[in-house]
Design a protein around this ligand. Structure first.
Ligand SMILES: Cc1cc2nc3c(=O)[nH]c(=O)nc-3n(C[C@H](O)[C@H](O)[C@H](O)COP(=O)(O)O)c2cc1C
Length: 192
């Protein structure tokens, strides 16, 4: 399944308009909650970051962007090839910073672009190096049209002591209204 040409994962940047929409659009009340939430995500070309910000806005939580110690190339095709190698070899790149104070959060949203049908390597690094026992993990991903692949299974494998809820799967080239994000949040039971 990994033999598809690199061109199929062409960058999709239509999501940029979503940021503007979520700032100028409808006002949405925060979901009432007694749990403290953290949004942790990686984003190479910006699509997952937009969703991460929308989630943070809806849950009124904190947010952390994962960054590999060695940044990925600015050249997209180079990254598509490198990502393939990293995923096939199970490489988990060292992160620029360890995510601190996880103990303070009950719920951790984990966001990733889909790379070669799974989570991006920096997200694998985060899951592998963090103590997530007893946490509720709510995954979300953006993909380029080929769907979420096996990323949810891979998240569960890397966080065996967490309760991993259903994933929000989004197409990175589409835009999502804040109310769509809220609808998903209440569907996964956040705030109950
Ligand atoms: C290394 C790499 C691998 C990718 N692999 C896939 C894939 O397997 N399936 C897919 O639908 N999209 C794939 N894409 C496209 C991204 O998942 C999609 O553009 C996503 O929204 C990017 O999120 P970001 O802007 O937060 O980095 C890939 C992109 C890159 C850079």
């Amino acid at each position: 399944a990994l033999q598809k040409p690199a061109a199929v994962f062409a960058p999709s940047q239509a999501a940029h308009t979503a940021a503007a929409a979520s700032q100028t659009g409808e006002t949405v009340p925060n979901i009432p909650k007694d749990k403290k939430a953290l949004v942790v995500y990686f984003s190479y070309s910006g699509n997952t970051r937009i969703i991460a910000e929308q989630i943070r806005q809806s849950v009124d939580g904190d947010i952390v962007e994962l960054q590999p110690l060695t940044p990925y190339s600015a050249d997209y095709d180079t990254v598509v090839k490198q990502g393939k190698q990293e995923i096939e070899s199970g490489f988990k790149p060292p992160l620029k910073a360890k995510v601190e104070s996880l103990a303070a959060y009950d719920v951790i949203f984990v966001g990733t672009p889909i790379w070669w049908y799974t989570i991006a390597p920096p997200v694998a690094s985060f899951l592998a190096e963090s103590d997530l026992a007893g946490k509720t993990i709510i995954p979300f991903c953006t993909h380029g049209g080929y769907g979420p692949g096996h990323n949810l299974e891979d998240i569960k494998k890397l966080a065996p002591k967490s309760r991993v809820l259903n994933e929000l799967v989004l197409n990175g080239s589409k835009t999502y209204a804040q109310k769509d994000i809220l609808a998903w949040l209440s569907k996964v039971g956040f705030g109950e």
